[in-house]
Design a protein around this ligand. Structure first.
Ligand SMILES: NC(=O)c1ccc[n+]([C@@H]2O[C@H](COP(=O)([O-])OP(=O)(O)OC[C@H]3O[C@@H](n4cnc5c(N)ncnc54)[C@H](OP(=O)(O)O)[C@@H]3O)[C@@H](O)[C@H]2O)c1
Length: 326
């Protein structure tokens, strides 16, 4: 099968098309014919540690390969069709259209990939293209993990999403809205309309206004890009508010350990959940019309280096999709 492989860390040019062996599903796995994948910040981190949080570079290398990548096919997100199932699989059948996130095995930059049936995979939302479905899991699962699991979001709360135009940010705006919050998004001028269209009650253009100077306070501040650190954001938090550090590094982990001594305001950091239950929850939001895919650009698999270059810029809007083969 065709796949995009990389055998060394570096610029997008390290990605190259190759013929590799088609995988065979283990007893608890399905084989998915991949029709669409994506370029997430996770993929560019694995390619060249582009957005790895401060202080975590060494640990990241230790996990994924000190001098060269242990796994040579990237691609966290996938959308496609189940074409074979392992002997013990009960949740899926051949012909199911599925989508999901598999950061453990990756391998979606290929015509086929195997996925364990109990990880972040479920059937696609009704009436959705593969290219739209694949743009959902990473941003939505991360935003949901931070807002619900770490932030314990409640109906009626005031939530500020900083970096509201990126993959996690634009998902955060929609999920916070769907969960009944009053949402303020912060982004640059060119993304104001996009963030409004995602449902934000208010949008602050950070090139015109500093949200920490407007006297407003928020129950949750979801900082998706790490550009509004706790030291800056804390005065805009309500007395028992939480700063949710999506791009948090060692500093935020230390701050989190100090939560008990800080008189109410908390810092929460962590990693995104890839639970199937969370993905099903997101799918239901999509089907209820409360969440939509935001696709910035779509590239063919052959132009994946160009797509990586765009993500490296840190300026993508929503998600970057890769069309594999229909
Ligand atoms: N903890 C976890 O488990 C987890 C999971 C997923 C992602 N992450 C991390 O979360 C971060 C965000 O991921 P993502 O995929 O959402 O990123 P992304 O889509 O690449 O974010 C791009 C957006 O960030 C905005 N941005 C850039 N600089 C900004 C600034 N100074 N102020 C406000 N907005 C700014 C840009 O908007 P403008 O052009 O308008 O500025 C752009 O729309 C990454 O560092 C990623 O590694 C962590």
């Amino acid at each position: 099968m065709k796949a995009v492989v990389y055998t060394e860390y570096g610029d997008p040019e390290v990605l190259r098309l190759a013929d590799i062996e088609k995988p065979t599903p283990k007893e608890n796995e399905v084989l998915v014919k991949v029709y669409a994948t994506s370029v997430t910040t996770g993929d560019v981190n694995l390619r060249n540690f582009v957005f790895v949080p401060q202080g975590l570079g060494f640990m990241a290398r230790l996990m994924v390969g000190m001098n060269k990548p242990k796994k040579t096919v990237l691609g966290l997100e996938f959308a496609g069709e189940v074409v074979e199932i392992g002997t013990s699989v009960t949740r899926f059948k051949v012909g199911d259209k599925v989508f999901g996130l598999d950061s453990k095995q990756m391998g979606s930059y290929a015509q086929y990939k195997t996925v364990a049936e109990d990880v972040g995979i479920t059937t696609m939302p009704a009436n959705m293209s593969y290219e739209d479905a694949v743009a959902i899991p990473n941003g939505a699962l991360t935003a949901l993990t931070f807002l619900r699991k770490l932030g314990n979001i409640q109906k009626g709360q005031k939530v500020l999403v900083y970096g509201a135009s990126g993959s996690v940010g634009i998902a955060g705006v929609q999920i916070a809205k769907a969960l009944g919050a009053v949402v303020t998004g912060v982004c640059s001028t060119k993304n104001v309309e996009l963030v409004k269209s995602a449902g934000a009650d208010k949008v602050i253009d950070y090139t015109q206004q500093d949200f920490t100077q407007n006297g407003e306070t928020y129950d949750l501040i979801l900082d998706t890009v790490g550009k509004a650190p706790f030291a800056i954001s804390k005065k805009s938090l309500a007395p028992k508010g939480a700063y949710l550090a999506v791009a948090g590094g060692v500093r935020e982990m230390r701050q989190m350990m100090g939560n008990a001594f800080r008189g109410g305001k908390k810092v929460m950091a962590g990693t995104s959940s890839e639970s199937q239950d969370y993905l099903i929850f997101i799918k239901e939001l999509v089907e209820a019309g409360k969440f939509r895919a935001i696709v910035d650009r779509c590239y063919p698999l052959e132009e994946i280096a160009e797509a990586h270059r765009h993500v490296d810029s840190g300026r993508k809007r929503g998600n970057i999709v890769i069309s594999v083969s229909h």
